[in-house]
Write a protein that binds this ligand. Structure first.
Ligand code: AMP
Length: 288
């Protein structure tokens, strides 16, 4: 079946209403396009759990700060639609900016605290932009379920928080990070890397694995592990922004009694900003 490619809110609502009237469960996979195998994992999960899968492609201007890569962000609509069609996706929602932001809005969704650390500390306003556009997509489509990647761990935490705080009925499903064979987390921004940078980029995942191993080996100073990893990335030619061992539920710095951990990093390689993370459950993982 050919993919239904919809640009405006009235038409997507009409399409969704038809699906709902037919008793279908509606899934939303929000993306900014330039689809890769990581995105397609979200799509596969959605297809396995819903009868009507809508993939949105929208490069959201409000989540990009000044000097960030909004204008150069890869836009590959034809290839994206082909991938979605081959995967058997029913509907793509591909609005123009003026459809989503028809006027200077007075309302913005701000999830405090969990938005403020890590990426939020350097990308001011980023998570307000994310939270606002996700709320808009939820209100436009009213999906039963929506899929988000753990690649953007803080983003997922922000969205989970807003769904709870605003009583949104959308069920949020997290999908594990899909990696290249050398461990690099797949990302649309990987295409900015030169050949040399691409080879080096797998060290990000290695640094997370080493930190995880250090914790499992019983190293008790998390700040020491963080500093070593940060310095090692610097020596290798990265410009690390943070390397942080946090507790999973609120992304505050982990202390020794915490068992559900996530190690998160952001680092620049040339002009490319990369993020990654690795989860760790000290209750179920055997200490080495
Ligand atoms: P983006 O197009 O980068 O905004 O990503 C759209 C969705 O795909 C987000 O929920 C991301 O977390 C998710 N995603 C992106 N890359 C990956 C990956 N390598 N593995 C799993 N999910 C991903």
């Amino acid at each position: 079946m050919a993919i239904h490619y919809i640009k405006d809110i009235v038409s997507i609502r009409a399409e969704v209403n038809l699906c709902r009237a037919a008793g279908k469960r509606i899934a939303l996979v929000p993306t900014m396009g330039n689809l890769h195998a990581g995105h397609m994992e979200l799509v596969k999960a959605a297809q396995s759990q819903a009868d009507c899968v809508i993939v949105s492609i929208f490069v959201n201007p409000t989540q990009f700060g000044e000097g960030e890569d909004f204008s150069s962000y890869p836009r590959t609509l034809d290839a994206d639609l082909e991938k979605l069609e081959q995967a058997g996706v029913n509907i793509a929602f591909i609005p123009l900016t003026k459809e989503i932001y028809p006027r200077a809005a007075m309302t913005e969704v701000c999830v405090s605290q969990i938005s403020e650390s890590l990426c939020g500390a350097s990308r001011l306003g980023h998570f307000n932009g994310v939270a606002t556009v996700v709320c808009k997509l939820f209100n436009i489509i009213q999906p039963d379920v929506a899929y988000f990647g753990e690649k953007d761990f803080q983003q997922l935490a922000v969205i989970r928080t807003l769904v709870i705080d605003l009583n949104s009925p959308v069920n949020i499903i997290p999908i594990p990070i899909y990696r290249e064979p050398d461990g690099l987390a797949m990302s649309s921004r990987n295409r900015y890397l030169t050949g040399v940078q691409r080879s080096l980029a797998s060290q990000l995942y290695q640094s997370l694995c080493r930190a995880k191993e250090a914790i499992l080996l019983g190293q008790v100073s998390y700040s020491n592990i963080e500093e070593l990893a940060f310095d090692s990335l610097k020596k290798q030619g990265f410009e690390p922004e943070y390397f942080s061992i946090c507790r999973k539920h609120d992304l505050q710095k982990a202390v020794l009694k915490d068992s559900q951990l996530v190690i998160l990093l952001a680092a620049r390689l040339g002009r490319t900003r990369l993020i990654d993370n690795l989860q760790l459950d000290l209750l179920t993982t055997d200490l080495i």
